[in-house]
Design a protein around this ligand. Structure first.
Ligand code: ADP
Length: 168
């Protein structure tokens, strides 16, 4: 239900172009919020041309965060990760656009900030893996799961007036 919106299921001529329209779950972690980096990160996604379709500041429970990172629960760093991620509010967002999942990951940079290229969010703005300021879905499948997990109330569908200036 949180997949691609009706606006992209257009006629045959449009289908090819819009078939890669995606939504990705991007989350500014507690350190990003505390360091006042919400604006900087939002700015990069907005400037790129992606469309914000959901956003909230929330202090998630331990259980909610453990579910988000369930695939990592056997990792040694898991308890520390949950402690870090529940230490303050996070800014939960959904961004929409062509190739939003893969491009979002590129914009974030590598998991390890030391391996993130300059120009990426992690490459420019943080130093340690345990304080790497942002999360981004790693596949369309996990994006759909994460969007449903963080926005059970649904997202905000709207038409951007700049669409024709971003997509040919
Ligand atoms: P990503 O966030 O890039 O998708 P992972 O899913 O592998 O990366 O890990 C989730 C998060 O767990 C990372 O963003 C980071 O905050 C933390 N993490 C990953 N590896 C380590 C590590 N070796 N030590 C401490 N924290 C880690």
């Amino acid at each position: 239900q949180h997949g691609i919106g009706r606006e992209f299921a257009g006629d045959d001529g449009c289908r090819q172009i819009f078939s890669k329209m995606e939504r990705t779950y991007i989350m500014i972690k507690p350190d990003g919020v505390q360091r006042g980096l919400i604006g900087e990160i939002v700015k990069r996604f907005e400037s790129k041309g992606f469309k914000l379709v959901a956003m909230k500041l929330t202090k998630p429970s331990k259980e909610h965060m453990e579910e988000h990172y369930v695939d990592l629960k056997e990792k040694k760093f898991f308890p520390g990760l949950i402690e870090y991620m529940t230490s303050g509010p996070v800014c939960a967002m959904v961004w929409e656009g062509k190739g939003a999942v893969a491009t979002g990951r590129k914009m974030l940079g590598a998991t390890m900030p030391s391996e993130s290229d300059p120009g990426t969010i992690r490459g420019d703005l943080c130093i340690e893996v345990g304080r790497n300021i942002c999360h981004g879905s790693d596949s369309v499948d996990s994006a759909n799961k994460e969007i449903a997990h963080w926005f059970p109330e649904g997202i905000c569908e709207w038409e951007s007036c700049s669409k024709a200036w971003i997509y040919e």
